[in-house]
Design a binder for this molecule. Structure first.
Ligand SMILES: [Zn+2]
Length: 254
């Protein structure tokens, strides 16, 4: 399976609009981070996790030509605001399956009501089917099974997803023991690490590293990164062995 990091930035992306912060002014392409998302592909299958406001740009940069479905972690705008741009896939393939918690589906129905319109729907509007994700109920994407991982982003429930020996967890602040058990024996873990300072709803770097020590994956990639974490090159040097800062357009094979 290929894992392509479409975006690795926190909600504002890097550079932040109007910011004079040195990381926002960096000329290193690894310091430019679109909103967080990954693309999983294997054989003829292709699935995207989250659909933030940079979705169109990400599909172009990665040359993604087909999407079989989108798995949502939660409803926040940096993970959902790109939904209108699924239309090229609709025109080529038909309705796109969305996998999400029932609360997230309800939220999308409210915010993107025109997508879900059943009477007199505009013919060019995006078209989707929905499949509810329920914790402790694995589901299929293509010929692989996905295990939902239930975590908390402050007070908000968020789903992470495990596909075989790969797990993707973003916007985590707390995780219960029962969910940690689902993360044993990973080859690759992707986990959020916002910055060094603590944050109310996100792991900071120390919390992410402690979590990695607990889970013991073979390799870990950090994502959902703020410009406040620092320059990619400098932060990477400080990380333990087998822990890497993800960056946009990084592709790994598992
Ligand atoms: Zn987020």
């Amino acid at each position: 399976m290929k894992v392509y990091f479409l975006g690795t930035g926190t909600s504002q992306g890097i550079p932040v609009i109007g910011s004079d912060h040195p990381v926002c002014k960096s000329t290193d392409s690894k310091d430019k981070r679109l909103r967080v998302s990954v693309w999983l592909s294997w054989e003829d299958y292709s699935f995207v996790l989250d659909c933030g406001p940079d979705f169109r740009q990400q599909m172009l940069a990665s040359n993604c030509q087909k999407v079989d479905g989108i798995l949502f972690t939660h409803e926040h705008a940096d993970h959902t605001a790109g939904i209108d741009d699924i239309r090229p896939f609709n025109f080529r393939q038909g309705p796109l399956p969305f996998f999400a918690h029932s609360r997230v589906i309800q939220n999308l129905k409210k915010r993107f009501d025109y997508v879900f319109e059943t009477v007199n729907k505009y013919p060019g509007a995006p078209s989707v089917t929905t499949q509810e994700v329920v914790n402790n109920v694995p589901f299929a994407i293509g010929n692989k099974m996905v295990t939902p991982i239930d975590v908390l982003h402050g007070d908000l429930q968020v789903f992470g997803y495990r596909v075989e020996d790969f797990a993707y967890l973003t916007d985590v602040k707390t995780i219960q023991e029962s969910e940690i058990e689902k993360l044993r024996g990973l080859k690759v873990l992707v986990i959020n690490a916002l910055r060094e300072e603590p944050h109310q709803t996100h792991f900071n770097l120390k919390e992410a590293l402690d979590f990695i020590t607990l889970i013991q994956p073979e390799k870990t990639y950090l994502t959902h990164i703020s410009h406040l974490l620092g320059f990619h090159e400098e932060v990477q040097k400080k990380l333990p062995e087998n822990v890497f800062l993800a960056y946009d357009n990084l592709e790994i094979t598992i």
